[in-house]
Design a binder for this molecule. Structure first.
Ligand code: NAD
Length: 462
């Protein structure tokens, strides 16, 4: 058994099994057994189930938010607004989106081709700790609606809401064996999922280094593979940006969920002409963020995910100093003034200036409340800087000229770009990265395509 801790208090809140190959094999057997009946339902029947799951989760939405906040250390208001809300809407969205899916038909002079979709089979879903149920449901919903059965492993650091999902499915008499959740560590439980020969597809969200292991194991087995990996995203402030709006937007992009969102803008690139005017506004926006008790409704930034992660983030702050950086704001651990939080893993939002764009702190994914600021002298240089890391997940551009912003966005090697906004999501759009940020896309049709196999049936006319 493994201890599961609340990172804001350092207290053990649960114990989870570290499942092994035999446990994963049992889960896969259950999923295989349930597959014929589940795929045999009509699409309409599966859509009804998705809506029922959404309804049941909605009735527990406060429970989801509280559990997620306790498990991750994120502020309760954020857990309500983002985690609970999106977990529910993921099911509603894919129910609606699948309804609109039509079959392609290609007519020849003497035959008709019917392109039909079949489920892939038993699919393996592996997810990280930063948005636990949000990212798990983002995979579970499309997998289910396309007729697959599931073996899923949440992060060992945040198992609670996956368990809550399992309980919810049980309470609504969801067919047994269709969704199987196995808890445990990556190298044991996760690896067993990757290696199981009856699991036909792997949808993975997590770090780039883990993604390499996933690809190395599942690739030679010809499993269908979706990899959503890390990022080092740029927030680009052009010389014509509204500085107040850009400062608030860049601060939100850098520090939401303590900077632990794969889409966070952890490098802010600023036109030299406005650098001195922008930075004080940015620092003011960061200083206004309240760090502390996740249970407090007015908290903006809670703890990071674990003590070990806090130490990793603090070691990057030390490295930044050695690399010649200047800490302009924050830079240290915080111990909130609350008895239960004395062992919590809190870090003040940290702003670092004067680092080279090629320094380790400006190129490696820190995945914490740390942002580096960089000056550029031309649009060309800004694009070069934005594209200068191994990653290519997301980015945002701030300008008063949206045509210029869109042109700029076209030159950045990332899967997701925003102009004058950040984390503004339409679930129908493709989501995913290029370069070492991943392979494949999720969202809308892209998720439904991943969780289905196309077959062409060519029927000769009578
Ligand atoms: P991680 O790679 O350490 O773990 C992710 C999952 O993989 C966990 O469930 C873990 O137990 C499992 N795992 C670890 N080793 C494994 C192995 N050998 N075989 C199979 N499974 C294994 O990532 P994390 O620290 O949980 O999450 C943070 C990372 O996730 C960051 O890099 C972040 O950018 C990335 N992320 C990406 C996206 C995206 O959509 N691109 C979204 C959220 C997070």
């Amino acid at each position: 058994m493994l201890d599961n801790l609340n990172p804001a208090t350092g207290q053990i809140i649960a114990k989870i099994p570290n499942s092994n190959h035999a446990d994963v094999a049992k889960a896969t057997d259950a999923a295989k057994l349930a597959l014929p009946n589940w795929r045999g339902l009509t699409k309409g029947e599966r859509i009804n189930w998705l809506n029922k799951i959404a309804q049941a989760l909605e009735e527990r939405s406060e429970d989801i938010a509280k559990t997620e906040s306790m498990d991750t250390g994120k502020p309760i208001a954020l857990a309500r607004r983002v985690d609970a809300a999106r977990s529910i809407s993921n099911f509603r969205f894919f129910a609606k989106h699948a309804e609109q899916l039509t079959e392609n038909k290609f007519t020849m002079a003497d035959a008709t081709n019917y392109v039909i979709r079949k489920p892939v089979g038993v699919v393996g879903l592996i997810t990280p700790w930063n948005l636990p149920l949000y990212l798990l449901s983002w995979k579970v919903a499309p997998a289910l609606v396309m007729g697959n059965t599931i073996v899923a492993k949440p992060s060992e650091m945040t198992p609670m809401t996956a368990n809550l999902l399992a309980k919810t499915l049980h309470d609504i008499d969801f067919p047994k064996g269709v969704v199987n959740i196995v808890h445990g560590l990556g190298p044991s439980t996760g690896q067993a999922i990757l290696e199981h020969p009856e699991i036909c597809a792997i949808s993975f969200t997590g770090g780039t280094e883990t993604g390499k292991i996933v690809a190395k194991t599942a690739g030679p087995m010809f499993k269908k593979l979706s990899l959503e990996l890390g990022g080092k995203n740029a927030t680009i402030i052009l010389d014509d940006a509204d500085l107040e709006t850009a400062a608030t937007g860049a601060a939100k992009a850098a520090f939401t969920n303590s900077g632990q969102v794969c889409l966070c803008g952890s490098r802010v690139l600023i036109d030299a002409k406005i650098y001195d005017a922008f930075v004080p506004k940015f620092i003011d926006a960061v200083a206004a963020m309240k760090v502390g008790n996740p249970a407090d409704e007015s908290t903006d930034i809670g703890s990071v995910i674990s003590q070990q992660h806090m130490e990793k983030v603090l070691s990057y702050i030390e490295l930044a100093k050695q690399e010649g950086g200047t800490i302009t704001h924050g830079g240290q651990r915080i111990i909130p003034n609350h008895a239960s939080l004395q062992n919590g893993s809190f870090i003040s939002p940290t702003v670092i200036e004067n680092l080279s764009i090629s320094s380790r702190c400006a190129t490696e994914e820190i995945f914490g409340p740390v942002v580096t600021l960089h000056k550029f002298d031309s649009d060309f240089e800004a694009i070069e800087m934005a594209n200068s890391t191994q990653y290519g997940l997301a980015g945002s551009i701030w300008t008063s000229d949206t045509t210029r912003g869109k042109q700029f966005a076209k030159q950045i090697d990332s899967g997701i770009l925003w102009v004058n906004t950040w984390l503004h999501r339409d679930l129908r759009t493709p989501f995913g990265g290029v370069k070492n940020s991943g392979v494949g896309r999720e969202g809308g049709d892209w998720s439904l395509n991943f969780f289905s196999e196309l077959s062409n049936i060519c029927v000769k006319d009578d």
